[in-house]
Design a protein around this ligand. Sequence first.
Ligand SMILES: NC(=O)c1ccc[n+]([C@@H]2O[C@H](COP(=O)([O-])OP(=O)(O)OC[C@H]3O[C@@H](n4cnc5c(N)ncnc54)[C@H](OP(=O)(O)O)[C@@H]3O)[C@@H](O)[C@H]2O)c1
Length: 329
Amino acid sequence: MRAIQFGRFGSYDALEVVTVPEPVPAEGQALVRLAMAGINPLDDTTRSGKLPAGAVKPFPVRAGGSGVGVLEEPGNSALPAGTRVVLSGGRYGVGKDGTWADYVAVDPQHLLPVPDEVNDTSAAALTTGAGYLTAYLSLTELAGFRPGQTVLAPGVGGAVGQGGVEIAKVLGASLAITTATNAAKAELGRAAGFEVIDLSRESLRDGVARLTGGKGVDVVLDGVAGPLTGAALGALAVNGTLVSIGYAAGMDTTINVTDLIWKNAHVHGFRFALFSTDQVNTVNTKLLELVARNEITPIVDSVHALEDAADAQRHLIEGSPFGRVLLTI
Ligand SMILES: NC(=O)c1ccc[n+]([C@@H]2O[C@H](COP(=O)([O-])OP(=O)(O)OC[C@H]3O[C@@H](n4cnc5c(N)ncnc54)[C@H](OP(=O)(O)O)[C@@H]3O)[C@@H](O)[C@H]2O)c1
């Protein structure tokens, strides 16, 4: 079968297109024939060797943390062969071989059936970047979010920004705001129905003050970090919570501690290890139902051939996409 793998940490050119035997599922594992896979920021972090020592399986590593396909061999899964399935959690492409391949061996608890109303592209877009899942778990489990509150999910082109504003609205937010780094992306976001602060024209603090009547936002879902985290703390309402999810703009920030003290502010880290497989599967099942009912609409930036995975990964990281970057297999 065809697969994309790397035998060393490095830049995009560490990814190689190889022909390898199909994986042999371990006892109880399922075998999935992939139709589409996602390019995730974590796939780039993994390939570039930025994860803690021991987190990544021994080389070679078959990349890819998300995907959708057809169950070829069910193993211990209760689902019959032929079911359309999507991967749900499981550290594929990091601790185990991943989805940028014709086939992947999967532990049955990491598979969910895809409703008929949800096509492969939408299922792949929903799970790629895990933005919807992250936003749902952050709001319901970490941030103490209540309907009627306001949410800021910066990063209009990214999974956390797009998933964040859509899930905040579904859960009853009175206002869900995202940010754009330039006017063109702000326009794309507004055309998609999002409330967008264009950071090339207005500071985060000014934009949030304008949209909230000076009150600030109750929750920030921060997948951007860098200087934006300090600014986002300044844009919190009293008793607000910032959930720290990712660091697309850098790992370091400067904060004014009075933004914490005077607002009784809360800051919470987000890591999937905080949640059980059952929690992840329950939320992903709800999310698939929301897609089926057209209540959320994961956006696709572009679809690339499997063999072009390295270029597609560069596009995700350097090309400023608007929506998910996917592979067709
Ligand atoms: N902790 C976890 O388990 C977890 C879960 C999910 C995601 N993450 C992480 O969260 C991060 C975001 O994920 P994603 O899929 O949304 O990432 P992404 O596709 O890399 O998008 C990053 C977003 O950051 C914005 N951005 C970059 N530099 C910026 C700056 N200087 N100022 C303002 N905005 C800036 C971009 O805005 P524009 O669109 O305007 O260009 C873009 O939308 C990644 O680091 C990912 O690994 C972690």
